[in-house]
Design a protein around this ligand. Structure first.
Ligand code: HPA
Ligand code: ZN
Length: 326
């Protein structure tokens, strides 16, 4: 088996996928038509041509515009179903989906519409393929902590469907400590905690996410290599990093894949995982990310096997399921 075949076929978990970032241009146009929503792009091709990002914010502006076509429970179901079919094809056995409720409730879409649509697709994937997964609700960090608290209130009736809490959107200027109190409340409520940190922001945001938000995993975290002491801590404490290679290239975190630091992180013993982040916008799903790494970097078979093991070890699943998958 070639290394490319090995990474494609190996069973794996995905832990960093924004479900709104799986919305392909074709589905954006179909939903816009179904819902009578006006788009600022004349065609699917014109929309796709706008996917030339220079940094995180230039992506987020288009990503939020794309999500504006989502109105009904069926829309959320269709979007999630399409992702889960792709995930199944990539031999993903377990997937933890981020969703951004504030992007939808701000447009008058009810919280329950969002969760019920996504949840129904996850339930069907479990029934059909035995795929497991869960939802991680993200607070938008460019909004206030007060708005995050309001969102948490809206989530409580659906808490059985929510595995954890995350933090995403514009990183720079919105440090983790802005959300310290709401994360403390989420911890009391028993949610798993994660946060985006060290994607564009400094390594100090990784430290404050760990110390002040008490997160269990760091999303991205690639900028930790700027701080050797922090890197050593992440390795010693086995804090998983959910790394997203194609995202990092599209958002210019690294200039080329050959310059990506993922092997440095793996070889230093960090619990690194590979993920797609926003696959419809960044040019690839899980296996596309793995293949891109194999093509650009001296990835060895032991690296590939470690990435697969890490994905299950870092997942929020109980001991028995972990044993089954490992
Ligand atoms: N970073 C921050 N916020 C996001 C991302 C990301 O990569 N994708 C969707 N929201
Ligand atoms: Zn992300």
């Amino acid at each position: 088996l070639s290394l490319i075949e090995l990474v494609k076929n190996m069973p794996k978990a995905e832990l960093h996928i924004h479900i709104e970032g799986s919305l392909e241009p074709e589905l954006i146009f179909a939903l816009a038509q179904r819902n009578g929503v006006e788009l600022n792009y004349p065609s699917i091709e014109a929309l796709r041509a706008a996917y030339a990002f220079t940094n995180l914010q230039s992506f987020l502006d288009i990503y939020y515009a794309g999500a504006s076509v989502l109105l009904t429970e069926q829309d959320f179901y269709d979007m999630t179903r399409a992702y889960l079919e792709r995930a199944h094809a990539d031999n993903i056995l377990h997937t933890e989906l981020f969703f951004d409720p504030q992007t939808h409730t701000a447009r008058g879409v009810e919280f329950g519409v969002v969760v019920n649509g996504i949840q129904r697709a996850l339930r069907d994937a479990h029934a059909e393929w035995g795929m497991t997964g869960g939802l991680i609700m993200c607070f938008l960090r460019h909004l206030s902590e007060e708005e995050a608290f309001l969102t948490l209130e809206q989530a409580l009736p659906y808490r059985e469907h929510i595995l954890g809490i995350g933090l995403d959107s514009s990183e720079r200027g919105h440090p983790p400590e802005k959300f310290a109190r709401v994360f403390a409340r989420c911890k009391e409520l028993g949610f798993h905690l994660v946060a985006h940190a060290g994607e564009e922001g400094p390594p100090a945001y990784i430290e404050t996410a760990l110390d002040l938000l008490q997160v269990e995993r760091i999303d991205h975290g690639v900028r930790c290599t700027d701080d050797p002491v922090l890197m050593q801590r992440l390795a010693l404490q086995a804090i998983p990093l959910t790394v997203c290679p194609l995202s990092n290239i599209k958002l210019c975190v690294f200039e080329t894949m050959a310059q990506h630091n993922i092997l440095t992180l793996l070889d230093a013993g960090l619990v690194v995982t590979v993920n797609s982040d926003d696959p419809a916008y960044f040019g690839g799903y899980m296996n596309d990310n793995l293949v891109a790494l194999v093509k650009a970097l001296p990835v060895q078979r032991h690296h590939a096997r470690q990435l697969a093991r890490n994905s299950f070890n870092a997942a929020f699943i109980d001991h028995n399921l972990k044993q089954k998958y490992l």
